[in-house]
Design a binder for this molecule. Structure first.
Ligand code: NAG
Ligand code: NAG
Ligand code: NAG
Ligand code: NAG
Length: 650
């Protein structure tokens, strides 16, 4: 392990003294730009490291429907049935908990339930509790919804309550009155409630208790034991409010979903199946996800579409194209049913409510078709030996089938078009992922300047993951000021080529801080906190200050260590972006925009040190907004910091 100062000193020794630029003058053209992609800055969502389950999805209970846990996982991370367990559940009284599948089942999708055997001679309250996803956020500021299904003979009360581990006290509760027999089968219970005390921290549990004396020596059966926090925009089965607001704040314009590797599946048959993620949650079986846990699929296709509607996001829908992550690739003959299934999925999303699948959508509360303009065929098919079959038949089978029904659909190839032996039709978009070192990120600034305009580019995933201290395969565990600033330089290269670039999205929108400390993400969450990383703030700065048309800018120095690009919008507001990547600590800048003399706002983002990071309780990024007076000589200001990201909004 090299110390930061040593590594930095050796880097300087390699390259000599960092280049210093004393001052910069930028002359901005007022016309003649190119239309920029209206969705340049976007978002990728897949359930990775509990971004969905235990994260954005507002469910508090872990293993709520016994769909599987990691307990029976193989050492390579894959899971074989049976992976259902009672992990995260604990008895709190004299009862014993057993995983059972005795008929009648609640639904075929959920074959296992929890049987609670109450001891002979039990007295007082007895029951069980759940750990949540590393605890739970319990506060008086929100409403909770408790739901469960019960089978068995019971006349009495059921008490549902949150408890604090730290204070060992009850925070709030709700009581259900139950009167049922085994002959009633599965009976649903649902109540909303608030708590009387906010928890001091995240170490909280959910308890369900009933009367021991009247159930002694008998069994009760529970299924789909669910507790929701109030959701974003009060959507049914929706998103955690604080995380959703943080996502919205980035200002992204599209959602690429449902993956990513999580769509592809570790091995057969565990691809992401759209039709098993819709409808009542008791009809969703869940599946072993790609990232070390079983997905509930509660945050399913329609929840993601609702998310797009709620935040005004364009949808980039990825569809499974015959490749599993264990290198299993379907033959042409075996692939056809999956092509048909993709057309069913598109009919479900886009078809009139009179069509078979459109009617299914309407029955689930969405009579109007959604709008989808982008479909991506697969994900990263350049890996797992995917290229030969992708260019031979897989891409074409999906392309032809989709275009046949939806001729205007924009189709995205998950591989670089240069890999094709016969070039794909022009206007096919190529999704190029860039997980790079900070130096390579910066060196891509001019990478698209002379690219072939026939094949637009989506950077569906990016992140700076290596630096002087973190060399492949030792990734950065958190974006630094330097790594985020290298991403900003990369963004400038895309803005300058906005006629070619469709969009860009970070490879990891959200991760659980408890699940994954050692990998970069835009945000990491705990049950009651969010850490917005340096990359988050750079993306927000760029996405929320972006026009509809590029503007040509002439600088009086060559690019590097200062980089710039600009756009303007229909109202005549200019967004001039300047990044100092390892230049002078103090740089006077003058920006001249002919005819512009109104006062402008200068937004800057920097931090004390190139290795500064944002961590829980220690936010190092500094976001400032100052007014720059307009004058006929232009806008003059000084940028402070070797690494600084700035936008002049004029
Ligand atoms: C517009 O795009 C062309 C390439 O298609 C490029 O040469 C030119 O610099 C762009 N102009 C601006 C202002 O971005
Ligand atoms: C609460 O404490 C119990 C032990 O009494 C422990 O098993 C559990 O994980 C704790 N839960 C949380 C959320 O800290
Ligand atoms: C989902 O679609 C697949 C492929 O068409 C089909 O085999 C399966 O039965 C469907 N599942 C459900 C729950 O409808
Ligand atoms: C989580 O807890 C914090 C602090 O207790 C609170 O401010 C926040 O609103 C809570 N978040 C949600 C989604 O309820």
């Amino acid at each position: 392990m090299v110390s930061k100062s040593t590594a930095w000193a050796s880097l300087l020794a390699l390259f000599g003294t960092a280049p210093i630029v004393q001052a910069l003058t930028l002359n901005v053209a007022t016309g003649g730009g190119n239309a920029s992609s209206p969705i340049l800055y976007g978002l990728l969502f897949e359930d990775v490291y509990h971004s969905g389950d235990g994260g954005l999805y507002s469910e508090l209970i872990q293993n709520r429907a016994f769909q599987g846990t990691t307990v029976n996982q193989n050492s390579d991370g894959s899971a074989e049935p049976p992976f259902q367990t009672l992990q995260y559940w604990h008895t709190s009284g004299s009862d014993t908990l057993t995983l059972d599948n005795e008929a009648p089942l609640l639904t075929d999708a959920l074959p296992w339930h929890m049987r609670v055997d109450v001891a002979e001679g039990a007295t007082g309250n007895t029951g069980f509790w759940n750990e949540g996803y590393w605890g739970m956020n319990i506060t008086t500021a929100t409403r909770y919804a408790a739901n469960f299904y019960l089978r068995g003979n019971y006349n009495g009360k059921i008490l549902c309550a949150f408890w604090s581990n730290t204070t060992n006290s009850m925070l709030g509760s709700t009581t259900f009155t139950v009167s049922q027999t085994e002959a009633n089968g599965w009976v649903p219970y649902a109540q909303t409630f608030t708590v009387t005390t906010s928890a001091p921290d995240e170490k909280n549990t959910f308890h369900l208790d009933f009367d021991g004396a009247s159930t002694a020596g008998t069994s009760l059966r529970f299924q789909m034991i669910s507790v929701f926090q109030q959701t974003y925009k009060n959507s049914n089965n929706g998103l955690r409010i604080d995380l959703a607001e943080a996502v919205n704040e980035i200002g992204g314009k599209y959602l690429r979903m449902p993956g990513g590797n999580n769509m592809e599946g570790l091995s057969a048959p565990y691809l992401w199946k759209w039709n098993e993620t819709i409808g009542p949650i008791i009809n969703r079986p869940g599946r072993p996800g790609t990232w070390g846990y079983v997905n509930t699929d509660g945050l399913g296709l329609l929840e993601m579409m609702q998310w797009c509607l709620d935040m005004g996001l364009e949808t980039i829908l990825a569809v499974w194209d015959g490749l599993y992550l264990d290198n299993t690739i379907l033959s042409e003959a075996d692939l056809q049913p999956y092509v048909d299934d993709t057309l069913n999925e598109l009919e479900f999303l886009l078809g009139p409510s009179t069509s078979t699948y459109g009617a299914l959508r309407a029955s689930l509360g969405y009579p109007d078709p959604f709008t989808i303009n982008y479909v991506e065929i697969g994900n990263e098919d350049f890996l797992h030996n995917g290229i030969p079959t992708y260019i031979d038949y897989r891409f074409n089978m999906f392309y032809d089938a989709i275009k046949n029904v939806y001729p205007d659909m924009n189709i995205i190839s998950s591989i670089w078009v240069g890999y094709f032996t016969t070039p794909p039709p022009v206007k096919v978009i190529q999704d190029l992922h860039d997980y790079l070192s900070v130096d390579d990120m910066v060196s891509k600034f001019g990478g698209y300047d002379h690219a072939d305009r026939n094949y637009p580019v989506l950077v569906g995933e990016y992140a700076a993951i290596y630096d002087a201290e973190h060399v492949n395969p030792n990734q950065l565990d958190n974006p630094t000021l330097q790594s985020a600033t290298s991403e900003a330089v990369y963004f400038l290269g895309l803005e300058r080529n906005a006629d070619l670039i469709v969009g860009i999205s970070h490879g990891a929108l959200i991760k659980s801080l408890h699940d994954e400390v050692d990998n970069v993400a835009m945000m990491k969450h705990t049950p009651n906190a969010i850490v917005r990383s340096m990359s988050y703030y750079v993306a927000k700065l760029f996405a929320t200050n972006y026009g509809t048309e590029t503007v040509a800018i002439t600088g009086d120095t060559a690019y590097g260590p200062l980089y710039w690009a600009g756009t303007k919008n229909d109202e005549g507001t200019y967004f001039i972006k300047i990044v100092n990547y390892d230049g002078a600590a103090s740089t006077p800048v003058t920006v001249v925009i002919p005819g512009k003399t109104n006062d402008a706002t200068l937004i800057t983002l920097t931090a004390p040190d190139l290795y500064s990071t944002n961590t829980l309780g220690d936010i190092q990024s500094v976001w400032t907004e100052t007014t720059v007076a307009g004058s006929s000589e232009g806008y003059s200001f000084t940028l402070q910091g070797n690494y600084i990201n700035a936008v002049l909004v004029a």
